[in-house]
Design a protein around this ligand. Sequence first.
Ligand SMILES: Cc1ncc(COP(=O)(O)O)c(C=O)c1O
Length: 504
Amino acid sequence: MSDKDKALPPHRLEENLDPEDWEATRALGHRMLDDMLDYMKTVAERPAWQEVPEQVAARLREPLPRESADESQVYEQFQRDVLPYPLGNIHPRFWAWVIGTGTPMGVLSELLAATMNPNMGGGVHAPYLVEKQVLEWMREIFDFPAGSSGLLVSGGSMANLVGLTVARHVRAGFDIRKQGLHGSPKPLTVYGSTGMHSSVQKALELMGMGSDGLRLVETRPDHSIDVEALERMLLEDRAAGMQPVCIVGNAGTVNTGAVDDLDALADICQQQELWFHVDGAFGAWAAIVPERAEQMRGMSRADSLAFDLHKWLYMPIEIGCVLVRDDRQHRDTFSLTPDYLEQTLRGVAAGGNWFSEYGVQLSRNFRALKAWMSLKTYGIDKYRRLIRQNIEQAVYLGELVERHPQLQLMAPVSLNIVVFRYLADGLDETAPDELMLDELNKEILLRIQERGIAVPSGTRVNERYVIRVAHVNHRTRYSDMDLLVQSVLEIGREIMDAGPRAIS
Ligand SMILES: Cc1ncc(COP(=O)(O)O)c(C=O)c1O
């Protein structure tokens, strides 16, 4: 008997992951949606943050589930053990690091995006056109020319990595994609201020240029880059045999919100044939507020611009974006099309210029949908008003700090970041007292967080520990700023009344 005459094996029992009872899943889905909208609506009534109790943490350490469980029971555990213990960033008094708030429309769009679940690497489908449209809007907002390209990415870190990789590819002067850094006769170097975000260093480490390849330039008293010091460093580095390839300008540093003189940096890049990359993770958005446009002058001259939509556009994490002035340079840096990704003239694999040719990822999610729906629902004018509101609230907080004799503003409020500290009676600026002030302010910050009052974060400015408010929160009210200041003063007094041992 030949193989062809053999009987086929019987069909096995087949299964899939769709519900057996769609109506039960529908009812659960409606419940979830109601619960989540209520959760958002009532967020201000809960603590800004609370510790996860040990018995809850213990319940979140369980063996790998082997058997199926009832979906409503899984949801009940989520409600009991996960939902009450968030990081806090949807709360009106969360201002730590730079983390956005999210919106109801963002939530609903995530549901729609996950339902369609397209792979945004490429292909012919309407979601691809949605991302194209969002990128077109980004080009218009940031005044990038026709012919520039863009990509939605996970966030600012990835946007910086993509921009810097294009910079390295274009400015290396040899085929770095083929030869790697082995082809480099000289160390390739990138320049930016000491206020630059750590994701730039991480990118250079990943790109094989090392943290030594990142040349840090001192800042002026306002924390923006010292342009003359940069020019000196470029001269010295070239004389020492290095090959500068790129300058990174900050449109809002993470620590203090300082904005570099982007126009001056663009001039230097033009004169010295360097790539100009701008990290505008949150600050770039200030450009849409007319009163702030001057502060951002020069940003639209960047060869590449990195910014987030999950920070100051309040969209749910993750969504960032990189714009690159020259589409061809961008594509040449990343495009690889093996046989299995070959594009056709018709059918689902047509289209050309797939997003996978513009970045690191092949499979990509439909993050474009939340941007498309949010921008259409709220409109750019509403974002303009909200960003202006955040800046004005930050300025207000800065003024409250400056007016109070026991508070010290530690850097100018140049955008939406306020750094300050509590000054205790009897402690002055001598060295031992400064250390004590550092500890005191750290303790104030921790108590404010642990009591669920608010969530600022901490950092160091001019080597001193400070309380830091980075404001990208559309839910914050002026009264929340009042409450923060009042709490810092009360807790500061409480600690000092208990004596220095309270913080040692
Ligand atoms: C100036 C700056 N650049 C880059 C990043 C990194 O962005 P992401 O956290 O979205 O990766 C941040 C994050 O706060 C930032 O403030």
